[in-house]
Design a protein around this ligand. Structure first.
Ligand code: 3AT
Ligand code: MG
Length: 338
């Protein structure tokens, strides 16, 4: 098969078994953690009704607690929708939550302002935004990808697990990449296998020019979510989880051209920085991962030259461990600060 690099005999099967074992025993969320999340959402809803009895506020859960890619330890991402725009001021929500013994921290000046919550009683973290509904659509998109092929969920969760263990999954404070950026990278990798494991869900080109959309604040939200039609799209590809992870590490160690290429899940291929006009101007465009809906956004913007070099070294380290017959646990060994 084109592009197939050999993994030492016997190791591929063993690696697949190790990934599945980690997935089943450590990554797949426990029934208890799902119950805690449910209890938190109920408690949060009660606080809203108590504090804002006159206002109609809807609660939408998004992110990894509903897209199939969360663990027992994942936070709960919540989007509130309301016509009472006063609530878009995160300090209004913050004040209300504090009355109910929630520990909170506001990030008011982010692109999407949020209130971060830690509930000391249920021991759970949550990020709340108000009226920013775009993430509800990309959550549904990820749910669709997860439903198409049985390898997607364990593969993407294995990648997320590795990034968290190696401390390269912290866009806000670590200057690396967010979970969402990593998930885009992992899904795109499955789209670019020969034959592909995942399809392109979006229409061929944005039906509106990206700069025009940005100016108008308009985003084309359409994508193919017909799971019944798409299910088993990847059947012609028989690559194992172990091989896929090995090939993923190799791709971003030695094959991906960080200087010129852009990862585009929307297109299911690599674009060039020149094509997107990302080759000039701001020097921060080092690792380019196009947001599939808001195509003018680079999900890699949080990582600078030094951290992208660190990320690449992590890919090379992981690849070297597997090539030499090491285990998935070794790949995911907790990062020790020098
Ligand atoms: P964890 O399990 O919490 O690590 P997650 O999938 O919940 O992973 P994040 O917490 O990074 O991922 O983000 C929560 C969701 O917010 C995921 C995605 O639906 C949305 N999101 C995050 N970053 C962006 C972005 N830059 N543009 C659009 N949507 C985003
Ligand atoms: Mg999350």
């Amino acid at each position: 098969v084109a592009g197939r690099v050999a993994l030492p005999t016997g190791l591929e099967k063993s690696l697949t078994a190790q990934i599945l074992h980690t997935y089943e025993t450590r990554l797949f969320p426990s029934a208890e953690s799902i119950e805690v999340k449910r209890a938190f959402i109920e408690k949060f809803a009660t606080i809203l009704v108590t504090e804002f009895p006159e206002w109609e506020v809807d609660i939408h859960v998004f992110g990894s607690s509903v897209n199939g890619l969360g663990t027992s330890r994942s936070d709960v991402d919540i989007c509130l929708t309301t016509e009472h725009r006063e609530l878009e001021d995160v300090f209004v929500l913050n004040k209300a939550l504090r009355k109910h013994q929630m520990r909170t921290y506001c990030i008011p000046r982010a692109r999407v302002p949020i209130v971060k919550i830690w509930d000391p009683e249920l021991r759970i973290a949550s990020d709340i935004n108000v009226n920013n509904t775009i993430a509800l659509h990309n959550t549904r998109m990820l749910q669709t990808f997860v439903a198409i092929d049985g390898r997607v969920r364990p593969f993407v969760m294995a990648v997320k697990h590795w990034t968290k263990c190696r401390e390269i999954n912290d866009a806000a404070f670590g200057g690396t990449l967010s979970s969402y950026a990593w998930v885009n990278l992992a899904i795109h990798f499955l789209q670019t296998r020969q034959p592909a494991i995942l399809p392109v869900l979006h229409p061929p080109a944005p039906s509106l020019d990206a700069d025009e959309c940005r100016a108008a604040g308009e985003v084309d939200l359409s994508f193919n979510d017909d799971i019944a039609e798409l299910r088993e799209f990847g059947r012609a590809n028989t690559e194992s989880l172990g091989f896929l992870l090995y090939a993923f590490f190799r791709t971003y160690s030695y094959e991906f051209d960080y200087r010129h290429q852009v990862v585009s899940l929307r297109s299911g291929c690599y674009l060039t920085k020149a094509q997107k006009g990302w080759d000039s101007g701001r020097p921060a465009r080092i690792f380019c991962i196009e947001e599939p809906f808001s195509t003018w956004l680079n999900l890699g913007h949080s990582a600078n030259t030094v951290s992208v070099e660190g990320i690449r070294r992590e890919f090379q380290r992981a690849f070297a461990i597997l090539r030499e017959g090491g285990s998935f646990d070794q790949v995911c060994e907790i990062y020790q600060r020098p």
